[in-house]
Design a protein around this ligand. Structure first.
Ligand code: COA
Ligand code: AMP
Length: 635
């Protein structure tokens, strides 16, 4: 097949292109309009069509004779468990779980928050919601109670589905205290909280509100898949924006199913019956799309792994799981491979496993740094495919299409745009830039199927965040350039979002949490390069006049505060007190200069002409040196 032909057709005639892809799925009723716009001018795909994504992911395969094929392998080194579910078993379990939800009063359009570790019930819960046309919102287990509360208040769920605990390496993390704290903080009260009881932690059920998952499921009547509109929301997934309030990305089921099905074939080169392992978490978009929906819609076997790349039990974990289940494709974040490389630089563990099944390795979630790419390519001697996407898009924007016609790789580039994405590089005034000039990466509207149509209950924020800056385009908030051959190079976020170990976090939100401390007058949190995690947040704090607190004590309190309010994944470790933050004369904090100071010597960092007080930059440089931040870390 010819990439150029396919890509051009998708841009020239998006409706024709995506109709062909939609025709390959089992619709209850075919769409009446392939692409439409609502009263806000926002785009929707496949209006009038009716389908059910849980039916496509389960029943359709059982009906087609794949009932005995494994749908998911569950592998949990942290709980010493391995099980698998055939398509028939998974369909039956989802049917019962949907019946359980129905018995709790959950129906079409109702929201359900899922706060679970990587256990099969997390997948079952998502598909059970989809089966009823209820809207799930999965919250990553690493988020603290406050983050869960914020999401509960925004999504207003009828039920919260959770578990008695998560397990981090050997550490059991009881969820009930977190859920109870979140419910105390939230204004909205869900009617029901359902716990999957795990042997590692007890729960005390509050009569009336709290339930035992397995007890309820045992009593439930099976529920069939309800045909829903293609444009009905399938899920809300919250992601970090630039403020303390996360953005509720809405995903509509019809376009998502079509896009994912196409991506499995075209990008991941995966076919029914083959095994796909995505080592991520169902709390992230990568997990939604490539642990749950895409592999199941495509009729593949998906691995649900509750473990880490290292220390569960060793740096051979990835190779073990790939060989044990015969994964043809493996997908994770570069940071996970950096963790493996750090512990086993010679990849000695690899020798213990036969990974001849593995054809392609995919990475995303953050920049693939050249040393990690080279280590992986040398170690595995297979294609290592970087691809760029966002929670908002739900599937890749730029990728090497392994199922079409792979492009030659250029170091530092995720290669070329995926079908349906018309990517342009714009300057700050919105003018298109020539090849190789760096600017803002924007995607010409309409976005292809699967991408967000809006934000949950917040059309205005959707417009402001993504559409207003460059009319006619979706603003990705990533910077980069396109070379003369059409290769796209992603250079990183141009807003205050950072990427810590593949987790997307908002420095603005951290500043709000730090700013609430009684001693803090103002602060700046910036992401600083880290060998393992890609980026780490560091806080520079100005104390209130008269505040009496030692640096060490303040650091301890702020680190705890971020952990308690956002979660351990925010990984704030370093705080430096300064007299003044570098700002422009109009009061804007010069974060870029701070970030550059963490990489370069003060003498080579230009002092912006707009700066209010050049001495403030010198002070930041001194603070970095004193506190061993950034380039001074190992000195
Ligand atoms: N529940 C509770 N706590 C969690 C958690 C979860 N689901 N996930 C992470 N945490 C905690 C960790 O235990 C750690 O706590 P600690 O500070 O008390 O040690 C903290 O959050 C930071 O976690 P993390 O950033 O994951 O660092 P780590 O040192 O534990 O592990 C890696 C490092 C690289 C092994 C790990 O980050 C990893 O596997 N990353 C891949 C990320 C990924 O898959 N991203 C999805 C995009 S594809
Ligand atoms: P998330 O929404 O959590 O998937 O994070 C999306 C952000 O991660 C993007 O806006 C990018 O900044 C970054 N990102 C994702 N994939 C890549 C990639 N392949 N290369 C560089 N950055 C990436």
């Amino acid at each position: 097949m010819d990439y150029a032909k396919i890509y051009q057709e998708s841009i020239r005639d998006p409706e024709g292109f995506w109709k062909k892809q939609a025709d390959r799925l089992a619709w209850h009723e075919p769409p009446q309009q392939i692409l439409s716009q609502d009263e806000n001018g926002f785009y929707h795909w496949f209006k009038g069509g009716k389908l059910n994504i849980s039916y496509l992911a389960l029943d359709a395969h059982v009906d087609a004779g794949r009932g005995d094929q494994v749908a998911i392998y569950y592998d949990s080194p942290v709980s010493n468990t391995k099980t698998s579910f055939t398509y028939r078993q998974l369909r039956d379990d989802v049917t019962k779980a949907a019946g359980m939800l129905r018995s709790l009063g959950v129906g079409h359009g109702d929201r359900v928050v899922i706060y679970m570790p990587m256990i099969p019930e997390a997948v079952i819960a998502m598909l059970a919601c989809a089966r009823l046309g209820a809207i799930h919102s999965v919250v990553f287990g690493g988020f603290a109670a406050n983050e869960l509360a914020i999401r509960i208040d925004d999504a207003e769920p009828k039920a919260v589905l959770t578990a008695s605990c998560g397990i981090e390496f050997e550490r059991v993390i009881p969820y009930q205290p977190l859920v109870n704290e979140a419910l105390k903080r939230a204004n909205h009260s869900p009617n029901h909280v359902v716990y999957v009881k795990r042997p590692e932690a007890e729960v005390e059920l509050q009569p009336g509100r709290d339930h035992d998952w397995h007890e309820l499921v045992a009593k439930a009547e099976p529920a069939d898949a309800v045909p829903v509109d293609a444009t009905d929301p399938l899920y809300i997934l919250y992601t970090s924006g630039t403020t303390g309030k996360p953005k509720g990305v809405v995903r509509e089921g019809g376009g998502y199913a079509v896009a994912l099905n196409w991506s499995m074939e075209a990008i991941y080169d995966l076919h029914p019956g083959e095994v796909f392992w995505t080592a991520s978490d169902v709390g992230w978009v990568v997990g939604h799309s490539y642990i749950v929906y895409a592999p199941l819609i495509r009729g593949c076997s998906s691995v649900v792994y509750e473990g880490k790349p290292v220390r569960t039990p060793d740096a051979g974990a990835f190779w073990r799981v790939i060989s044990e289940y015969g994964a043809k494709a493996f997908f994770t974040a570069p940071t996970a491979f950096r963790a493996v490389k750090k512990e086993d630089p010679e990849a000695q563990h690899l020798g213990k496993y036969d990974i001849s099944c593995l054809k392609n390795v995919f990475v995303a979630g953050e920049r693939l740094d050249p040393p990690t790419y080279e280590w992986l390519a040398d170690t595995l001697k297979r294609p290592v495919i970087d691809h760029w996407w966002q929670t908002e898009t739900g599937w890749p924007i730029v990728a090497n299409p392994m199922g079409i016609e792979p492009h030659a790789v250029k170091s530092g580039s995720a290669t070329k745009p995926v079908a349906g994405y018309d990517i342009r590089v714009l300057d700050d005034a919105g003018a298109e830039l020539p090849a190789r000039e760096q600017g803002n990466l924007a995607i010409k509207l309409p976005l292809p199927p699967g991408c967000l149509p809006t934000l949950w209950n917040d059309d205005e924020r959707f417009r402001k965040s993504y559409l207003e800056r460059f009319p006619g385009f979706y603003d990705t908030s990533d910077g980069g350039f396109i070379d003369e051959d059409g290769y796209v190079f992603i250079m990183g976020r141009v807003d205050d979002v950072i990427n810590v170990a593949g987790h997307r976090l908002s420095t603005g939100e951290m500043e709000e949490v730090i700013g609430d401390h009684a001693a803090v007058a103002e602060c700046a949190v910036v992401g600083i390069h880290d060998e393992l995690k890609g980026e780490l947040p560091v806080a520079f704090v100005v104390l209130k006049d008269g505040a009496d607190i030692e640096q060490e004590q303040l650091e301890k309190e702020l680190v705890k505060r971020i952990r308690d309010e956002i979660g351990a994944i925010a990984a704030l470790r370093q705080v430096a007190i300064v007299q003044k933050l570098p700002k422009t004369r109009s009061g804007k904090i010069l974060r870029k200069s701070i970030r550059t100071l963490a990489k370069e010597d003060r003498n080579s960092v230009p002092t912006p002409s707009t700066i209010d007080d050049p001495g403030s930059l010198d002070e930041i440089a001194d603070a970095m040196q004193n506190h061993r931040i950034g380039r001074y870390a190992n000195q």
